[in-house]
Design a protein around this ligand. Structure first.
Ligand code: C2O
Ligand code: CU
Length: 473
């Protein structure tokens, strides 16, 4: 029976309950806002294989009609009908089998950007495999050896084909890694060159200037969407894995200069964290960071793109652009979780006996006054491969005396950037800013074959800024 004495306790109880309710929850105690990443959802491929360590999928390159400019139709080139193509998610040591069909009106291939896989899976036509012809098929089959954020794209006429929409993310997780707080969001930034009617511009639009500057699209896409909306909750961290899949455009991104804790990049986690207020993402590069939503409940903001100084004409008279809506939901703030500072042990490569090479990135003109780029003054079609022995470590000095920056990419092997103040990290793509020098160290493990390296401004690669190496036992 309820007596008067116990009734007097009720207000005390109510008071203590409300005090308890006001103490903020921590980020790990709450789920992300409902449908927080719905507008950024990526396609997931169906797994045809019952083995939990094998992902076996069908992948079709196919033309599709989509809408980027309201009311206008655009013909895009896609993997399985979406831009970006399907997200491939694996664990270290898993095997991936891709039954690839080409239904495009042109030959193509798939390059698995950043993956240290056998040479015959690298996707370079006439070097590691024949082109996949119209109506043709090819099976990619390999084991993924490293954790990290990667992507895949064609390696035939790549400036045009990537520009038309052929790119997709691939993420490899390592269950043994330290736990990074935050809800995972994989973001592919790209752009497309569309006119007002939604028609794709010619891949060679802008002629010689287009070759020199590279072709930046007119419409910026985030996971294939124009200005999508992301839902946030104050203090509820998100882990963003970002990939630049545009053929030329650099992305400098900021959200109100709020801190971003970088935990890794191309080839997985860095040695330790680094906190920045903006990120610079050059074509083909990836970053992995923890973002803590800073806004009060109910506030709306925009993620902004800022022009990056990547040489002549890249910043003059150009304004920042809003590229994603950031809506903070009205639920109360939560307390963010600590991010571990020490992430991974990475030994610096031993470069005592390294062979040194200098790669001068060069721009010139050919007999017909066409732009001709190259390495050490040699256009790709005239270049002889570097001869390298398995097990060899090399130090490459990449010199850029041109008036444009070049994001340098090496196929099949990670490298370490030397003389940088940033935490040690395995990379496969590094910016070489105009009039500067970047040194990298590479250890060539036992995967013989022909491997490419090139500028990942794909318009530059197409006019010759590529080279290849022959790795032998
Ligand atoms: Cu994403 Cu040959 O490269
Ligand atoms: Cu370049």
């Amino acid at each position: 029976m309820l007596n008067l004495r116990s009734l007097r306790l009720v207000p005390v109880l109510l008071l203590s309950v409300s005090v308890w309710a006001q103490a903020p929850l921590t980020a790990s105690q709450v789920s992300p806002p409902v449908d927080w990443d719905k507008e950024l959802a990526l396609n997931m491929p169906a797994d045809l294989n019952p083995d939990p360590h094998i992902l076996e999928i069908n992948l079709e390159a196919v033309v599709k009609e989509m809408e980027f400019i309201p009311g206008k139709k655009t013909q895009v080139w896609t993997y399985n009908g979406s831009v970006p193509g399907p997200l491939i998610k694996l664990k270290v040591g898993d095997r991936l089998i891709v039954h690839f069909k080409n239904k495009l009106p042109a030959p193509t291939s798939i390059h698995w950007h950043g993956l240290r896989i056998p040479n015959n899976m690298d996707g370079v036509p006439d070097m590691t495999q024949p082109m996949v012809q119209l109506g043709g098929e090819f099976t990619y089959d390999f084991v993924v050896p490293d954790a990290g954020t990667f992507w895949y794209h064609p390696h035939v006429d790549s400036a045009a084909q990537v520009g038309y929409g052929l790119y997709a993310p691939l993420v490899v997780e390592d269950p043994g890694e330290p736990k990074i707080p935050g809800d995972e969001l994989i973001l592919m930034f790209s752009d497309m060159s569309l006119d007002d009617e939604g028609l794709m511009q010619e891949p060679k639009a802008g002629g010689r200037f287009g070759d020199l500057f590279g072709r930046e699209g007119t419409v910026v896409l985030v996971n294939g969407k124009v200005m999508p909306t992301l839902q946030l909750r104050k203090g509820k961290q998100q882990r963003w894995r970002v990939i630049n899949a545009s053929r030329t455009r650099y992305f400098t991104l900021r959200y109100k200069r709020s801190p971003l804790v970088i935990v890794g990049g191309d080839g997985g986690l860095a040695e330790h964290t680094r906190t920045v207020n903006e990120i610079k993402l050059v074509p083909a590069e990836r970053h992995d960071f923890v973002f803590t939503p800073p806004d009060a409940p109910g506030v709306d903001g925009k993620l902004r793109w800022y022009p990056t100084d990547r040489g002549y004409g890249s910043t003059y008279n150009r304004l920042a652009e809003d590229i994603m809506n950031m809506h903070t939901v009205s639920e109360p703030a939560v307390t963010p979780m600590p991010v571990p500072e020490q992430l991974r042990k990475i030994a610096a490569l031993d470069i005592k006996d390294a062979k040194e090479r200098t790669l001068n990135l060069t721009i010139g003109y050919d007999r017909n006054e066409n732009v001709s780029m190259g390495i050490n003054g040699v256009h790709y079609k005239d270049a002889a491969p570097y001869m390298i022995k398995v097990g060899q470590t090399e130090v490459w000095t990449i010199r850029n005396d041109t008036d444009f920056s070049h994001p340098f990419h090496l196929h099949g092997f990670f490298f370490q950037v030397l003389a940088t103040t940033e935490p040690l990290l395995w990379k496969d793509t590094v910016d070489v800013p105009q009039h500067s020098v970047v040194k990298i160290a590479i250890k060539f493990d036992d995967r013989p074959g022909m491997w490419m390296f090139h500028c990942h401004i794909l318009d530059h690669a197409e006019v010759g800024m590529m080279g290849h190496l022959h790795l032998e036992r």
